[in-house]
Design a protein around this ligand. Structure first.
Ligand code: HGY
Ligand code: MN
Ligand code: MN
Length: 416
């Protein structure tokens, strides 16, 4: 079988798998709430395990709960080619963010079985724990430990809003493995298929995104402390209103991001107000600023101006301010050879494609630091994601998975 031939996956089987996984941890508006280390996450993991083992793969599980399914190669000692993403979702997440990458990888393995193709390098399908960072910050936590960016003990001590510890929850759902995370697991290359989570591909009528770079990111957790007082009887001049401080910081973040268009974004999506009572001026507010840019200098300028602005606003309102960096990675340039393999696979398959920068962070951003890595994007309807109404078409899902199949086969080599 010549590599030039255009291998195709089974789009129906892929879509059926996506719809079956979508039933695990359903949301309230047609999407998913399968947050990491919840019982629903455990159920989704078991479903993936049953499918992957049904396709003849063997599972390994590391101490961060990362799941690896190996399809043996003709030369078992060669480092495997990895492909995968994440099954955990946002609290009001869609059916495809992360899931397409994991189940697309499963579909590749199933198609290789159908075609009785033996690759030289082994192939591994991976599900990374806690990519979203919604329940336990930061995002891409377990792939970050795997890649050596986070210390495992620190990661396991991360707590959610209810004070539950990552390590305890991983044990509770029964998915803490024995394999030491990140050790003795060489990666020849990794490919991650993912929905774009933005509007570019759909707007331009393009089937496949060849991801060349990923934005850099900061998550700044800010705590403003004033004083709880009565909203009725406290004169305006005597208040130390942390809620007002947060409102001014929110506007400042927006102004700073808008000053760097089109290559910058900034918002505040997480807010905790204390005591959060209708007739108490908030004495404390904890919130997270999410700023991103593909340009390091822009990212650094935004961080510096926002930190300075927080100090000024706090001083003006008589508040104390504390800032903790709870998430950070620099802009990412994916491996040129792997990116080229993705581009030529899309070309050979006849799919329209374009180079694109990822606005979202992905596990691939961390793995790219330890092994050659690239990503494949499929369009999503109205570019909507992190919303239960997230949608893709069957055709887009298949196109991205076909590209994944051909890129992985070309990289893993085929035994004639
Ligand atoms: O935040 C992100 O970009 C990703 O969805 N975790
Ligand atoms: Mn994702
Ligand atoms: Mn996401």
């Amino acid at each position: 079988m010549s590599l030039a031939s255009n291998l195709q996956t089974n789009g129906e089987r892929l879509w059926d798998a996506l719809m079956a996984m979508a039933k695990v941890g359903p949301g309230i508006a047609g999407g998913n709430n399968r947050q990491t280390l919840t019982d629903a996450d455990g159920e989704g993991r078991r479903l993936l395990q049953s499918w992957a083992e049904g396709a003849g793969m063997t599972m390994s599980l590391d101490t961060m709960g990362n799941m690896f399914f190996r399809r043996e190669g003709a030369e078992p000692d060669l480092p495997p080619v990895y492909m995968g993403s994440h099954l955990d979702t946002q609290p009001t997440g869609g059916k495809f963010d992360g899931v397409l990458g994991v189940l697309g990888a499963l579909e590749v393995a199933r198609t290789l079985n159908d075609l009785d193709i033996r690759t030289r390098h082994p192939i591994v399908v991976v599900n990374w724990t806690n990519e979203e960072g919604a329940r336990f910050a930061p995002a891409m936590l377990a792939s970050g430990v795997f890649a050596g960016l986070h210390e495992e003990g620190w990661a396991k001590d991360r707590v959610d809003a209810a004070g539950k510890r990552f390590g305890d929850e991983l044990k509770r759902i029964g998915w803490e493995g024995e394999e030491p995370v990140g050790q003795d697991r060489p990666i020849h290359a990794m490919f991650e298929l993912h929905i774009e989570q933005g509007p570019i591909l759909e707007d331009e009528g393009i089937d496949v995104g060849v991801v060349t770079h990923g934005q850099g990111l900061y998550w700044l957790e800010i705590t403003l402390t004033g004083r709880d007082t009565h909203t009725g009887s406290t004169p305006m001049g005597k208040r130390r209103n942390a809620g007002l401080g947060m409102a001014r910081v929110t506007e400042h973040v927006h102004v700073v991001a808008m000053s760097h268009q089109p290559h910058a974004v900034g918002a505040i999506g997480h807010v905790e107000v204390f005591p959060n009572s209708r007739n108490v001026v908030p004495g404390k507010v904890v919130f997270t600023v999410d700023i991103r840019s593909p340009d390091q200098a822009v990212l650094d300028d935004m961080r510096q101006r926002i930190e300075a602005g927080v100090s000024e606003i706090a001083e003006d309102l008589g508040l104390e301010a504390a800032i903790e960096i709870v998430g950070h990675f620099d802009p990412v340039a994916f491996d040129e050879a792997c990116v080229g393999t993705v581009r030529s696979a899309a070309e050979r398959l006849g799919y329209s494609h374009r180079d694109i920068v990822s606005g979202a962070g992905h596990d691939a951003c961390w793995i790219n630091r330890i092994a050659p890595t690239a990503m494949i994007f499929c369009p999503c309807v109205e570019g909507l994601s992190h919303n239960e109404a997230e949608e893709i078409t069957r055709e887009w899902a298949k196109a991205g998975t076909d590209v994944l199949l051909n890129a992985v086969v070309e990289t893993a080599g085929v035994v004639e």
